[in-house]
Design a protein around this ligand. Structure first.
Ligand SMILES: [Zn+2]
Length: 303
């Protein structure tokens, strides 16, 4: 099933309408030019005649006549600074004509829209990328190796769908998960980047909302191809909400075979204690998850 976000639908409808209205306005403008209407109906007739010949008489198309009229029309249209192309809707996405679907499949432009919506939602800052990473700040080769490994993972996850980065503050966890997010964005994936605090608040809103907006608080976290959660463990634990919804979310995302990237200050024992065995085994089973520890000792001390 393809779920089309209401906001995405609005954007697609607007794009489609805009293209159609512009084409209409252009056509009306063209009609103001003397000779246009007559030449245009000549052009249409020529196209129909050509198609008729092809179907009924099985004749090979001779486009010379049409091309001729086309040239004449374009010359006529120059008076209003128009061309024949301007009379057709110029869709933002030529693949789906701004419908969002190609042969019943979701068009790539939908993911682009989702990413833009999401980017404007979660932050105004641009995310770091692997290009920004400066490997000379590291004391030993642990971090450069990790960067290399994770960059390769972005291109081929095999069975590993969950990555957890642990470490204290100031060791560059957020920087690294931003690099990963950017890498997936480049691949055209639908990425949601959220702090644990934000996502926990959305759980609370979902839990306490009882109208048609309810789903909007959870939708993106379930739908996105890649979910990045920064600073797991800094959010307050709401009773019957935080652990329960994290479990639901991770469980569903596992079923859907989706990617999760987490950063945390907590060590594995603390994560287990805080969220329970069920969540822990969901995200960090040997088959589908990897945890990496980043230490201060990996960083060269600043002078
Ligand atoms: Zn499209």
């Amino acid at each position: 099933m393809i779920i089309m976000d209401k906001k995405v639908n609005d954007i697609l409808n607007n794009r489609r309408l805009q293209a159609q209205i512009t084409a209409n306005i252009n056509f009306n403008t063209a009609c103001l030019i003397p000779n246009f209407k007559k030449k245009y109906s000549e052009y249409k007739s020529a196209i129909i005649e050509n198609a008729r010949k092809k179907v009924l008489e099985n004749k090979i198309n001779d486009d010379t006549k049409i091309l001729n009229i086309k040239n004449q029309l374009n010359n006529i249209l120059q008076e209003k600074n128009l061309s024949l192309n301007d009379l057709q809707p110029s869709y933002y996405c030529s693949k789906c004509c701004d419908t969002g679907f190609v042969n019943g499949e979701q068009c790539l432009c939908v993911k682009e829209i989702l990413n833009t919506l999401n980017k404007s939602n979660f932050s105004n800052k641009s995310l770091h990328s692997f290009n920004d990473a400066n490997m000379t700040i590291f004391e030993n080769d642990t971090m450069p190796k990790l960067y290399k490994l994770l960059k390769a993972w972005c291109n081929n996850q095999k069975n590993i769908k969950n990555i957890l980065l642990q470490g204290g503050t100031g060791v560059g966890k957020t920087f690294l998960i931003e690099c990963l997010a950017t890498e997936f964005l480049k691949q055209g994936k639908y990425v949601v980047f959220s702090s644990a605090f934000e996502i926990n608040n959305d759980f609370l809103k979902y839990h306490t909302t009882f109208d048609e907006n309810k789903m909007s608080f959870l939708e993106k976290y379930l739908d996105c191809d890649v979910l990045v959660i920064d600073d797991l463990g800094t959010e307050p634990i709401f009773k019957n909400i935080t652990k329960e919804y994290f479990y639901l979310l991770f469980n569903q995302r596992m079923v859907d075979n989706k990617i999760n990237i987490l950063s945390t200050n907590l060590d594995l024992i603390n994560i287990k204690e805080r969220y329970g065995d069920r969540i822990f085994s969901r995200i960090l089973s040997k088959q589908n998850g990897r945890a990496f520890n980043i230490n201060h000792s990996d960083l060269r001390l600043k002078k």
